[in-house]
Structures are given as structure tokens and as C-alpha cells.
Design a binder for this molecule. Structure first.
Ligand code: UT7
Length: 324
């Protein structure tokens, strides 16, 4: 029998502490006006001392499981997307696995920076389609505040901490785009862009975690081009037009990129989920955070068609079409 992945639940967690643009402007040479105008960001959440990626991930996972009406012991797969793991190894996913009381199956991390959630969703969906897993938890969780150079105004104002999670369950696949489930996922990378967005440390190079470095303008240019390509690829793979999309749920890196994508697809702003103003760029967590917010407040309804997209370091980019 052919299987597909149905979304059973979604949850998110944001650290309590909120840092406003004005607070940053008191520490570095920047202003609320510059940040809002160039990025759409008004504030970001920052993890407390001693609060780690695994803590955010576990809380988001518990909320997603509660919505799904499942326990950790029901799961047989956890795929956690993060570029800010607790430790170099083991995978942060294994810590979450233990905390959720899951004693079987497999748990591992996936690393595709801001595209991480789309990659993790694709890996979990493929495992379900192959009959390797029945119930999977897909998490995006980050503590980018720990890898920011707080003296570099070109990057430190852009990112925030948070986590989001989805519970997937195998169901018979009738091959119809009209029935619920993940319709398709589309992944890409181009390592020629490695140095455009990277962290200047790591276990094999400097033996320190390092700080995030980014050629913002170059990344912006690539993002607009690659995201446009991959959303077209996702729609045409399913023989769907942009008019079939109920919600664009984009990675939240820059409001101008989000608006450009919405315009290109001919979607009115009311059909685009935007959280960047309050969350900033939470890397792999941004898409599941947006999903959790818009499903919890009733905007996203069962049966609606969602187009997810993201772009990040690697360079990596990807998209997914999901019938919620
Ligand atoms: O999530 C992964 C993918 N990441 C992205 O998609 C990020 C893509 N890039 C961007 O979002 C934008 O390029 C940024 C928001 C990072 C920067 O916006 P920009 O419009 O490309 O500005 P810029 O880097 O070209 O800088 C313009 C000016 C510069 O001054 P000069 O050289 O023109 O005098 C910067 O020094 O703005 C200055 N600047 C700042 N000024 C005040 C840079 N950062 C700041 C700041 N506050 N925080």
C-alpha cells in the first residue's frame, strides 16, 4: 500500500525574554527605524541563560503532541532541524527523544540552516512514504542568539530564538492533491555559496562554536531568485496554479523577501503568514512557528493548501506543498 504523511498536530515555543529594536539601539549603532524599514523586524525572543535548543524543542514538541492527542511513546521517528545544537554531538533530537519518553525508533538532527525545517519535513515524509515510520515528529529549533556577534549590527539585529514542531502520521495515499497530507517536497543546495552565510568556527576548524557571518545583500539576491524557482517547481509538480494556494507560509528572513514572493504568486497579503515582526529570523524554527501560530488562531483550517518555502546557508533552499 502507498502511504502519505498527514499533519496531526502543530506546536511552538518562544523563550519568555523579548528584546526590542530600541533595546538593541542602546547597545549598538542602529535604530528601530532602520531595522523595521529594511527587515520588518520589531522584536525578537532570546533564550535565557541555561535554556538550550533542546529545551525549546521539547516544549514545542509537547504542544504539538497535545494537539495531535498523542504521547512521545506513540512516535517512531524524530527529525530535528537545527544549526545550533546543544552539543557538537550527540544529536539534540536524542535528548528530546528521551524527554518525551520515546523508547524506540530513531531520532536525529538535520542541518540545512534556515531551510532545515523543509529538509527535515522531506526526510520524515520520505520515511513515512517508504513504510519506515508511522508517526513522526518534525522539529525546527534554534538558539541563534548564541552564535551572533553582538557587535556586528549587520547580523545581530536579524535573528531570534524559538522552536516549532509538527506531528505526522502515515495514511493511505490515493494520490490526490485534494486529500489531506504532504503532497510533495523539493530540496536544493549549491555549495558554491558556502561562504555567503556561514559560522566562522566549528569542531574541525577552530574548535570553538564561532559567530554567524553573512553577505546580506548577496543572500537577498539569491533568495528572491531561488525561492521563485522552487515554488514554481512545487506547484507544477502537482499540476496546481498559485490560485489553488490558501496560505503561503514562508521562511521569515526579511519582510521584503516575503512580500516579493507573495506578489510573484499573485497572493494578497491576507494569504501570507507573517511573524517576522515579532519573531525575527528564527532559522529552522520560522516556518513551524508560523504554522503553529496561524493554525492555533484558526486562520489555517483543515483541508486548505499550504505552500511552505525557505532559503538559507549552504546555500540551501526548498519548498513543500501541504494539504493541511
Ligand atoms: O535566513 C537566511 C537567509 N537570510 C536572508 O535572507 C537575509 C537576506 N538579506 C537581508 O535581509 C538584507 O540584505 C539585510 C537586512 C541583511 C540588509 O539590508 P540591505 O538593504 O541589504 O542593507 P545593506 O547590507 O546593503 O546595508 C545598507 C546600509 C549600510 O551602510 P552604507 O554602507 O550604505 O553606509 C550598512 O552599513 O545599512 C547599514 N547597516 C545598518 N544600519 C543601521 C547595516 N546594518 C545596520 C543596522 N543598523 N543594523
Amino acid at each position: 500500500m502507498a502511504f502519505r504523511s498527514i499533519v496531526r498536530g502543530c506546536g511552538a515555543y518562544l523563550p519568555a525574554r523579548i528584546v526590542s529594536n530600541d533595546e538593541l539601539a542602546r547597545r549598538i549603532e542602529t535604530s528601530d527605524e532602520w531595522i523595521v524599514q529594511r527587515t520588518g523586524i520589531c522584536q525578537r525572543h532570546v533564550a535565557a541563560e541555561g535554556e538550550y535548543t533542546s529545551d525549546l524543542a521539547t516544549k514545542a514538541a509537547e504542544r504539538a503532541l497535545a494537539v495531535a492527542g498523542m504521547a512521545g511513546s506513540d512516535l517512531d521517528l524524530i527529525v530535528l532541524a537545527t544549526a545550533t545544537p546543544d552539543h557538537t554531538f550527540p544529536a539534540t533530537a536524542t535528548k528530546v527523544q528521551a524527554r518525551l519518553g520515546m523508547r524506540r525508533g530513531a531520532a536525529f538532527d538535520v542541518q540545512a540552516v534556515c531551510t532545515g525545517f523543509i529538509y527535515a519535513l522531506s526526510v520524515a515524509d520520505n520515511a513515512i512514504r517508504a513504510g519506515q515510520a508511522k508517526r513522526a515528529l518534525v522539529i525546527g529549533a534554534e538558539t541563534f542568539s548564541r552564535i551572533l556577534d553582538w557587535n556586528d549590527r549587520g547580523t545581530c539585529v536579524l535573528f531570534g530564538d524559538g522552536a516549532g514542531a509538527l506531528v505526522l502520521e502515515a495514511a493511505p495515499d490515493e494520490g490526490s492533491a485534494a486529500s489531506r497530507g504532504i503532497l510533495s517536497t523539493h530540496l536544493h543546495s549549491d555549495g558554491n555559496g558556502y561562504e555567503l552565510l556561514y559560522v566562522d568556527g566549528g569542531p574541525s576548524t577552530t574548535q570553538r562554536a564561532g559567530f554567524l557571518r553573512m553577505e546580506g545583500r548577496e543572500i537577498f539576491r539569491h533568495a528572491v531568485k531561488r525561492l521563485a524557482e522552487v515554488v514554481d517547481e512545487a506547484l507544477s509538480a502537482n499540476r496546481l496554479g498559485a490560485d489553488a494556494v490558501d496560505w503561503l507560509v514562508p521562511h521569515q528572513a526579511n519582510r521584503r523577501i516575503i512580500e516579493a514572493m507573495g506578489k510573484r504568486l499573485g497572493l494578497p497579503p491576507e494569504k501570507v503568514v507573517v511573524t517576522i515582526d515579532r519573531h525575527a529570523n528564527t532559522s529552522a524554527a520560522s516556518v513551524p512557528l508560523a504554522l503553529a501560530e496561524a493554525s492555533a488562531d484558526g486562520r489555517i483550517k483543515p483541508g486548505q493548501l499550504l505552500l511552505l518555502e525557505a532559503m538559507g546557508g549552504g546555500l540551501t533552499w526548498g519548498a513543500a506543498l501541504v494539504r493541511w
